[in-house]
Design a binder for this molecule. Structure first.
Ligand code: NAD
Length: 287
């Protein structure tokens, strides 16, 4: 593969940045990969596993980088951007991998120095694991990576970032930030909240009845709640920063749930069967 950037700086060294470091290194996609995370323990781990050139300040990591990737929780983007803004090289591109787009644009755009390109992005790839040891090179293979460029985004900077992402194995698509945030509320954010809630229900039952229930988790509970093992900081920030869209989808979810609840109460097997037949066909169409 051909090198796309001279120096890529990864800010935050968790699952996503770690996976990018592996994929970029394996593919020879950058001359150098530097990284910074706020916690000393994370930097020590990243150094120990040889993830990238780990720096002790964000300023050092981004100095001279032609691509800077913000891979911290959505709520930390503003703080990180304020910290690195004075150290960004002219002509550099800055992107992020946050799960919410409009709030990241609102946080990053006002701090952007002249001559620095900002291209917001979101890889639709992840696991329930976090931290520098969680990353792996194939995480993005055949997965979507959505870009939400702004009206004045430089087409050359966009094409170059697109080249890096596709070289890591992902497929790119573009959409506007509000649409992204609504789509992700239904396909990712609300399902995580519901999974967390289901574990909470089981735990409440255990506490009030004194009976162990989680220990006997059936396959459905295990499959459905796998994502409830995801990082609490990341998910707190997603809900705080995609509030309106998440509340909209949860309202719609509750209405559907009430329909099924009523069908069960009324013994309306036909309605349940029709509903499950329709949704099974939709689910089977998702690869
Ligand atoms: P992670 O918890 O594995 O890693 C986050 C990293 O950010 C950690 O290294 C942490 O030390 C660092 N960090 C936190 N606050 C910081 C700060 N103020 N300054 C510097 N470093 C800081 O998280 P992740 O799963 O890699 O998620 C990173 C971003 O990617 C988030 O915005 C998340 O919404 C997004 N994302 C996650 C997934 C997923 O499934 N995990 C998928 C797509 C996008």
């Amino acid at each position: 593969m051909t090198q796309v950037y001279d120096k890529v700086a990864l800010i935050g060294l968790g699952l996503i940045a770690g996976s990018m470091a592996h994929a970029i290194r394996d593919g020879g996609l950058a001359g150098r990969v530097t990284g910074y995370a706020r916690s000393q323990a994370t930097r020590d781990t990243a150094r120990e596993i040889g993830l990238c050139e780990v720096c002790d300040t964000a300023a050092l990591a981004v100095a001279g980088a032609d691509l800077v990737v913000l891979a911290v929780p959505v709520g930390a983007m503003a703080e990180v951007m304020a910290e690195i803004a004075p150290h960004l090289a002219p002509g550099a591109t800055i992107t992020d991998v946050g799960s919410v787009k409009q709030s990241v644009i609102d946080a990053v755009a006002p701090c952007l120095p002249a001559g620095v390109h900002f291209i917001p992005g979101h890889p639709l790839a992840g696991t329930e694991h976090s931290g520098p040891r969680a990353g792996f090179a194939s995480l993005f293979r055949n997965r979507w990576w959505l870009l939400t460029p702004l009206a004045d985004t430089d087409p050359e900077a966009l094409a170059r970032l697109d080249r890096l992402i596709t070289a890591m194995g992902a497929k790119t698509d573009r959409m506007d930030a509000p649409h992204h945030d609504l789509v992700l509320a239904v396909t990712s954010h609300a399902p995580h909240l519901i999974a967390y809630t289901m574990v909470g229900v089981a735990d409440h039952l255990r506490r009030v009845s004194g009976e162990e229930v989680i220990q006997y988790s059936a396959a459905g509970f295990r499959d459905f709640t796998r994502i409830a093992a995801s990082d609490p900081t990341m998910w707190r920030d997603v809900f705080l920063h995609n509030k309106e869209a998440t509340l909209d989808i949860l309202g719609r979810f509750t209405e559907e749930l009430f329909v099924l609840q009523r069908a069960i109460r009324m013994g309306d097997g036909q309605q349940l069967h029709d509903y499950f037949t329709r949704t099974r066909a939709i689910r089977r169409g998702i690869i």
